[in-house]
Design a protein around this ligand. Structure first.
Ligand SMILES: Cc1cc2nc3c(=O)[nH]c(=O)nc-3n(C[C@H](O)[C@H](O)[C@H](O)COP(=O)(O)OP(=O)(O)OC[C@H]3O[C@@H](n4cnc5c(N)ncnc54)[C@H](O)[C@@H]3O)c2cc1C
Length: 309
């Protein structure tokens, strides 16, 4: 197995930034990624709050960050990290699903999170056939069609706004009256003529034949269930942290986020965490990048100290 100074799990903004810092410090760095580089950022249409470049496309920023990390010597390895363990010699083994894996003196864990399912009948059956968790990826398939967006947070409303570029009608279905999205995003949604709202409502079932054709929607106040025609359902009800590979030895919160200190250190010496996976106030590209820079620098200090011991 190849021994690296640093193994970074995840090539989202947190992992790529960590790589830029460890690469610049001349540490032999591998970034392991199971999907497209850029993580959730790559699937984001436009970032209005990325300082200095308002409206930059997530995909474009991802490509630039990857090139920057590679220019400092980082190696991108495609693979799904299955389990991480600390060995008796103090180094880590990073096991991959379909590969022998690698060893590393330190690990930066930046795996982000995955879209949460709503768990109703028809959801799994129609994934890719009307059920989607990514408007930027799939919106173009819904040109002139009628779609539902399920959720009330910032991601849900932003994705609904993006969908209006293609769909003829977007109905936001939310289980409460109040929305958690930022005020400015909500104002934009209220002004958009293609968007309407169904509040106090939950999806009970997604149905169709080949593709999604209708949703059963329950009013949580009256318990009345009604059927509504839709060509698609975009679901944005939160994200689950991807902690499987480390959950056996790293301290997590009740919601499965990693507990890390201000230097991004976890309870395991030599294992750092960065980005959305960490327990913190906001999960954004700017904070992921900040975590990545801190984790990269803290890792450099950790490895330098190993050399002196
Ligand atoms: C719809 C939407 C809109 C958003 N809009 C904005 C916005 O406007 N502004 C903003 O600042 N933020 C926005 N965000 C949030 C932002 O995208 C995230 O905060 C940011 O991408 C988190 O970065 P990360 O590197 O921590 O994780 P991620 O971007 O999630 O990257 C983690 C990476 O790790 C990989 N990975 C996970 N597990 C493994 C494994 N076992 N093996 C190998 N690889 C693995 C994943 O494939 C992924 O590529 C938005 C998010 C969404 C979903």
């Amino acid at each position: 197995m190849t021994l690296y100074d640093v193994a970074i799990v995840g090539a989202g903004p947190a992992g790529l930034t960590a790589g830029i810092y460890t690469g610049r410090s001349l540490l032999k760095t591998v970034i392991i990624e199971k999907g497209p580089a850029g993580g959730l950022m790559a699937l984001t249409d436009k970032l209005d709050n990325w300082p200095g470049l308002p409206g930059v496309e997530g995909g474009e920023l991802s490509e630039i960050m990857l090139k920057q990390a590679e220019s400092f010597g980082c190696e991108l390895k495609i693979g799904d990290v299955a389990e991480i363990n600390k060995d008796a010699d103090g180094f880590f083994t990073v096991a991959l699903s379909h590969d022998e894996g690698i060893r590393a003196k330190a690990v930066i864990y930046a795996s982000g999170s995955t879209p949460r399912k709503i768990g109703v009948k028809g959801e799994m059956e129609f994934i890719g056939r009307g059920v989607s968790y990514c408007a930027v990826c799939d919106a173009a398939f819904y040109r002139n069609l009628r779609v539902a967006v399920v959720g009330g947070g910032d991601s849900a409303i932003k994705e609904a706004l993006y969908l209006t570029k293609f769909a003829k009608e977007v109905v936001i279905i939310h289980r409460r009256q109040g929305f958690r999205a930022e005020k400015i995003t909500m104002e934009e949604a209220h002004k958009n003529e293609k968007i309407s709202f169904m509040t106090d409502a939950i999806v009970e079932e997604i149905a169709g034949t080949q593709f999604v054709e209708k949703l059963q929607i329950k009013n949580v106040k009256t318990n009345e269930v009604t059927e509504h025609p839709f060509d698609g359902a975009f679901i944005f009800v939160g994200y689950d942290p991807q902690v499987e590979p480390i959950k056996h030895f790293v301290t997590l919160t009740e919601q499965n986020f990693i507990v890390a200190d201000s230097h991004m250190k976890t309870n395991i010496e030599g294992l750092f965490a960065a980005g959305d996976i960490v327990d913190k106030l906001i999960r954004q590209v700017a904070t992921a990048v900040g975590d990545g820079a801190t984790a990269g620098t803290a890792t450099e200090h950790y490895i330098a100290a190993l050399g002196q011991s």
